[in-house]
Design a protein around this ligand. Sequence first.
Ligand code: USQ
Length: 403
Amino acid sequence: MRILVLGGDGYLGWPTAMYLSARGHAVGVLDNFAKRRWEVELNVEPLFPIATLHDRVKAWKEVTGRTIELYVADLRNYGAVRAILEGFRPEAVIHYGEQPSAPYSMIDHGRAVFTQVNNLSGTLHVLWAMREVAPACHLVKLGTMGEYGTPNIDIEEGFIEIEYKGRKDVLPYPKQAGSFYHLSKVHDSHNILFACRVWKLRSTDLNQGVVYGIETEETKLDPRLMTSFHYDEVFGTALNRFCVQAAIGIPLTVYGQGGQTRGFLNIRDTLRCVELAVLNPPQAGEYRVFNQFTETFNVLDLAEMVKREGEKLGLAVQIQHLKNPRVEAEQHYYNPVLRKLLELGLKPHRLSDVLLDSMLQAVCEHAPRVKKDIILPRVSWDGVREAVVEPGLAWAAPRAHGD
Ligand code: USQ
């Protein structure tokens, strides 16, 4: 199948591209390297040195003999998106090409607006380009479990049957997102649903939980193929951060009481889920939602697991309850449905001692590279915060080509 991966330079995009290429698909990657610019802007960097995308594509060819086509373009440039879809003729587009961080979107006004303009306009351009030049293509869009928030009822997969005043309907599940980033995914979902209904496009919205993990089968083939693993407060996710904190002897940063429960999954399962969606496309006009996680944990339980495993490796691990920088429920009901991906054949990798142990060991090997001053949270949801960027760094949205 011809598959175009948007955001192909990212933590998930690059491993996805290799995974699909290794399985015989004709893969293209598109990126504008925005994530690398945000890293420079915030003075953060991934734990391991990451080769450029050009070099990774070359290394992939050298190691496997397989070609991944590379497109450098900004999704906010409609002309480029349309031309690339027309030229590459994808049967599936996997869309990771968005600003992915909740804290980033909460730093200040400029970054909140940027996150929504960037994410929504990019996705809208992809939808219009599909309508114009690739109407049969399947859009596999990375959404988030965070679109639902933490309601006091079970979370269904995208839609819920409601009975009201004696009448019934199946309606989009209510959304209560927890940041301007998560809200950008909510707004995307509405736009995609509308495009499927009106233009008869087809799409799978993958409402993914928090991803953890360092390695996939393909990243292990060569150090140049590794993916960018973040541990800073803006781009690092909870479990990845806890592993790094344990490795360098900083108390694990549990925000508030730590009863915040989320769906989690290993990076290898992300790749399999995306593959399952691609291999089982929806009908023309169909918009479907898969919840994409394998297990639920609260953050304190995760911290305790990391402490236990760390101590087995001889690390002295402490847990610290920090004042929660986010506005979120710290004790709540959480029961999301996970059915559709299991029905398609997903066999989850559980977060076992073995998995955690190998993650901790890999992180320990790179511990000397860790920048300790980018770990503690400074971005606050209530607007009261320390400066995250130097006051002189007034923020201006980068212009897209053709703006
Ligand atoms: N948390 C801590 N300590 C930390 C970091 C996080 O207690 O050091 C807590 C947060 O307060 C939150 C939970 O852990 O309650 C998850 O936070 P996170 O930073 O791991 O994940 P989040 O900001 O929700 O975003 C991440 C990805 C995002 C994806 C989302 C899925 O960055 O792209 O959409 O996970 S979900 O969480 O299901 O919405």
